[in-house]
Design a protein around this ligand. Structure first.
Ligand code: SF4
Length: 284
């Protein structure tokens, strides 16, 4: 089956760096731990575990950090509350911070802006990046649809910011509500360039494609944002989201009937997975 490969595809810069560093350090040091998965992709995580990386998860971060006392602790690309570093120092845990430069820039801006403004933050509750943002100041409030008018905000010009992986559509929707409650709100909400570039692809699909496969995990926020954007922008297209070729298999017949297929991915699919899936689709 004819398969057209999107560009950009596969890891974004931040995830690529975190995964490569996690692999390099795991091979070099006797014991390397990572606080939560470096990427929302089960296949990549299991390959890192084979290289010796030990994932710390299943409990609160502050309770997990002391477990890394006999090795090196890695903080992933999505950012983390400062309290994690303070805990590591207190427990004598050596650590390496792999936070993506884009996330770091937003967190620094929030730190500075929250000294003079209230902030309305659009993010996914529980996501590491969102936890990091909300931990910075009591003046940062998580946006919840339909409740902006109930936020205890005194500032007439609060700042509106968002997690780097939000979809343009989600941002637009939140923006409308926030501006209706705070007409003088300062709008600084935008996804990172990597997320934005992937989402913009959904508006410029090659004219001849009749189906699209969006590769990525069901737990990857930017994959889900991309999948939703592709479906919304291209209502006549047959679109599926899948982690790998095994998850595509049940849709093989429908894809054959809707050739050519456009292969896309969120920022958490490894280059090896893309290559394998491309070969699979071409063999259909
Ligand atoms: S999605 Fe954007 S902000 Fe997040 S790790 Fe990738 S490049 Fe960095």
């Amino acid at each position: 089956m004819e398969t057209i490969i999107a560009s950009p595809i596969s890891f974004c810069g931040g995830v690529k760096h975190a995964v490569e560093e996690a692999r390099r350090l795991s091979q070099r040091y006797p014991k390397v731990y990572m606080l939560f998965a470096p990427v929302h992709n089960e296949e990549v995580v299991s390959s890192l575990k084979k290289d010796g990386l030990v994932l710390l998860e299943g409990a609160a971060a502050l309770d997990l950090i002391p477990e890394a006392q006999d090795g090196l602790l890695l903080f992933g690309a999505h950012g983390h509350p400062l309290a994690y570093e303070e805990k590591a120092i207190e427990e004598g845990v050596e650590f390496v911070d792999l936070t993506c430069p884009y996330v770091r820039r937003i967190l620094e801006a929030l730190r500075e802006e929250s000294q003079n403004h209230d902030i309305i933050y659009l993010g996914e509750e529980g996501h590491q990046e969102c936890l990091a943002a909300l931990s910075i100041s009591k003046r940062i409030f998580l946006y919840k649809e339909g409740t902006t008018n109930k936020l205890p905000i005194k500032d007439q010009s609060p700042i509106f910011r968002c997690q780097t992986t939000m979809s343009l559509e989600e941002i637009e929707k939140a923006r409308g509500e926030i501006l209706s409650v705070f007409p003088n709100a300062i709008d600084r909400a935008a996804p990172c360039p990597a997320t934005q570039a992937r989402q913009e692809l959904s508006r410029h699909l090659p004219k001849n494609v009749r189906s699209a496969v969006v590769l990525g995990s069901a737990t990857s926020r930017n994959t889900l944002s991309l999948y939703e954007a592709v479906k919304k922008e291209n209502p006549d297209l047959f679109v599926i989201r899948a982690l790998d070729e095994k998850e595509i298999e049940p849709y093989a017949d429908e894809l054959r009937q809707h050739a050519p297929v456009y292969l896309m991915s969120g920022a958490s699919s490894a280059p090896e997975t893309i290559k394998r899936v491309q070969e699979y689709l071409e063999s259909l």
